[in-house]
Design a binder for this molecule. Structure first.
Ligand code: ATP
Ligand code: MG
Length: 683
């Protein structure tokens, strides 16, 4: 065990060894907060002898949970401890899922519920046919739920007509979820809280079960999470939380910074630990981060010193447009990899997902393989959602929502008119659509052909359900054989990509069953719903992601794109400059050795090209002046084949700079000409 404590500095060790009262570690980026609670978990189990099952460690992303689990296990393997079961270390939402799996019946609902994601939620809301923008309705409902406001309370509070309408939709939505036994992300916490609140005895049992609670990134907890934590701590206050007020970036989602600032008042006899050394970033990177965040008011204020030496100067890249920006970043990344840098030590971050498209093009051109975190997620692609819907129906045929999605996919002659008719009929008969179709397929629709298609559809689904009841692993072949989803997509546009997605999904499913032969379709689906895309990270590729998704991660080489006013900081409706600055702080502090900040003079965005000025954050972090490396970029290289409007194709033989532009010497079939870079196109 000593080995674990030896890796820590004194303050970190103090926090690890304090196991009898609440502990708050409030410290800046890269100071070892996550390392400290990971060590504390290992210490509790390996040294104090705490039963792993009495610990609960909560994080915000699956990636963080996985990483922490691996590290804790590695630490434990160095001690004599033999583990009976691994400690529970997961996201808040996963904890909610596990809890509801056992206790949903306390709300009079079956424990075999299905978890839906944001996209599902929007589709449900869309089907209610309101004129209001569906994303507004979805986010308002989420806000209500997280504040534990019921639909009738929302109605009573609403002053404007729109909000009355949202409250009505909220009511309709909740009824729909209950009817179909669906659970959305917010419910994972809301319902868990409700059950604990309504069942004091269960609450006390649960709290006694988890004797030691640890929470990472505590600055981003919201009111509901706080209340849940209080329930979990109702019989003890053995809680250790870590966080950084300067990294609070979920204000827009209801995170309440007061949770961390008032922790010591909320929990009795709290030990407060400060960590003041940064073990991640070089001095230059840290100085830029500190200087930037110093422009915020109302901070706790913290000391943070680098232990990594001065390091390299921050690079400032200036490009004329997003294409050039992407090409330059891609070329630089290629050089790093060719120079022996491990791709997983490289990341490109952006403030908004829309910037990823140009970047992806650049990376593809340069042949740099990357994993994207966020954006159009794998599980949100149409073909994958179809497969998931089929599997959901196998698990629960009364899931009207999934049934509607695939009833005519692949096409079986059941158009909107027929579906609406079935929907109306089922509603009137107070049956699930599936039951209704099973019973009245032939009578319920006007055409004989449609009726027959329905009969066949039900038969096919029944057959599939039988297969699933026997052996889960046979379901994929049976699904494809019966419904031919892959075949269907192989005849549509983008067939190649879609079919390879389907194959990947089938592969994933088989893989899971190989690992756990007892896995039911139900379990598989619920796990899927919880997978944040951070899980897709693999080791062969560089990573590209939004700043939000990068929280808690670290990379030797970080590129931050889009350092322009309007993009970073994002300005406009509801944006908060101090939260933007904290995002800037998070972005910069992800970097260990080298940081590149990239500015593009213009971007094509929302249908038009816009000229952009440099982000104020460049100045505020001292990057636009001082000892930085200034690089004007060009994506052209000697030897590139280029095309000119008049001279046609030629090859670049020389590149030089003239003022703000680049001059290329190009060999057009034997005659060399000097041409400005902006007048030719790369092939
Ligand atoms: P963030 O605020 O970004 O989440 P953090 O405070 O959680 O950062 P960690 O990720 O735990 O910081 O640690 C940052 C890096 O410093 C990690 O690579 C970690 O292994 C290393 N580190 C932490 N403490 C020490 C220490 N005492 N000695 C050496 N390295 C350390
Ligand atoms: Mg951390």
């Amino acid at each position: 065990m000593q080995a674990i404590l030896d890796e820590l500095n004194e303050a970190q060790r103090e926090a690890v060894e304090e196991v009898r009262r609440p502990v708050l570690i409030l410290a800046g980026a890269g100071s070892g907060k996550t390392k400290t609670i990971t060590s504390r978990l290992a210490y509790l189990i390996g040294e104090v002898g705490v039963d792993p099952a009495s610990t609960l460690t909560l994080t915000f992303t699956n990636k963080a949970a996985t990483q922490m689990r691996e590290r804790a296990m590695e630490m434990l393997s160095r001690t004599q401890t033999s583990l009976v079961y691994p400690p529970l270390l997961c996201t808040f939402h996963k904890f909610g899922l596990l809890f509801l799996k056992f206790h949903m019946d306390k709300l009079g609902r079956r424990n075999s519920f299905v978890v839906i994601d944001t996209d599902d939620k929007k589709r449900i809301l869309k089907n209610f046919g309101s004129e209001l923008p569906v994303s507004l309705v979805a986010s308002e409902i989420s806000r209500y739920k997280n504040s534990l406001i019921s639909p009738s309370e929302a109605w009573a509070q609403a002053e404007q007509k729109n909000y009355k309408q949202i409250a009505k939709l909220f009511e309709q939505y909740e009824a729909y979820l209950a009817q179909n036994n669906l659970v959305d992300f917010d419910d994972l916490l809301v319902l868990t809280y409700r059950i604990l609140e309504e069942n004091p005895q269960l609450c006390a049992q649960t709290s006694e079960r988890y004797q030691y609670i640890m929470i990472d990134e505590y600055q981003d907890t919201n009111d509901l999470q706080y209340r849940l934590i209080r329930k979990l701590c109702s019989t003890h206050e053995n809680i250790c939380v870590v966080g950084d007020d300067d990294q609070s970036i979920y204000g827009w989602r209801g995170a309440n910074i007061r949770n961390i600032l008032e922790f010591a008042e909320n929990f009795t006899d709290t030990k407060v630990v400060k960590l003041e050394k940064n073990y991640r970033s070089t001095n230059q990177i840290l100085a830029a981060a500190n200087e930037l965040i110093d422009h915020n008011r109302g901070r706790m204020g913290k000391v943070l010193e680098s232990t990594k030496g001065d390091g390299k100067a921050i690079v400032f890249l200036e490009s004329s447009d997003e294409t050039q920006e992407a090409r330059t970043i891609a070329t630089k990344i290629r050089e790093l990899i060719d120079g022996g840098v491990n791709p997983k030590e490289i990341a490109v971050l952006y403030r908004i997902n829309a910037l990823s498209r140009s970047l992806e093009e650049g990376l593809n051109r340069e042949g740099v393989s990357y994993k994207m975190v966020g954006g159009v997620k794998f599980y949100e692609r149409a073909e994958i959602k179809d497969l998931i819907s089929y599997l959901r129906l196998v698990a629960n045929p009364h899931d009207d929502f999934s049934l509607r999605r695939i009833i005519n996919r692949p096409k079986r002659g059941l158009g909107k008119v027929t579906v609406d008719k079935l929907l109306g009929g089922a509603h009137e008969a107070r049956m699930s659509m599936y039951d209704y179709i099973s019973k009245y397929a032939l009578e319920s629709v006007s055409s004989k052909k449609a009726g027959e298609a329905l009969v066949l559809f039900v038969e096919q689904l029944e057959k599939l359900r039988e297969v699933a009841n026997g052996a889960t692993y046979e379901i994929i072949d049976a699904l494809e054989e019966t419904f031919g989803v892959k075949k269907y997509y192989s005849e549509l546009p983008d067939a190649l990509e879609r079919v390879s997605n389907i194959d990947e999904f089938y592969g994933l499913f088989r893989d899971q069953i190989k690992q756990n032969p007892d896995l039911s379709v139900d379990d598989f689906l619920n796990e899927l719903a919880l997978q944040s895309d951070q899980d897709q990270i693999d080791t062969e590729s560089i990573m590209i992601m939004s700043v939000h998704a990068s929280k808690g991660l670290e990379f030797d080489h970080v590129f931050v794109m889009g350092m322009e006013e309007g993009f970073f900081p994002l300005v406009g409706d509801g944006s908060d400059i101090e939260e933007e600055r904290r995002l800037g702080y998070v972005a910069i502090t992800r970097a260990g050795k080298e940081l590149t900040l990239s500015y593009s003079g213009s971007r094509f965005y929302k249908g038009r090209r816009t000229e952009l000025s440099k982000s104020r954050f460049l100045k505020e972090s001292g990057v636009c002046e001082g000892s930085l490396v200034l690089e004007k970029t060009t994506s052209f290289k000697k030897g590139d084949l280029v095309k000119h409007k008049i001279f046609g194709m030629g090859r670049i033989v020389e590149i030089s700079k003239v003022g703000r532009e680049f001059k290329l010497k190009i060999n057009f079939g034997g005659s060399k000409r000097d041409i400005l870079a902006s007048f030719v196109e790369k092939i």
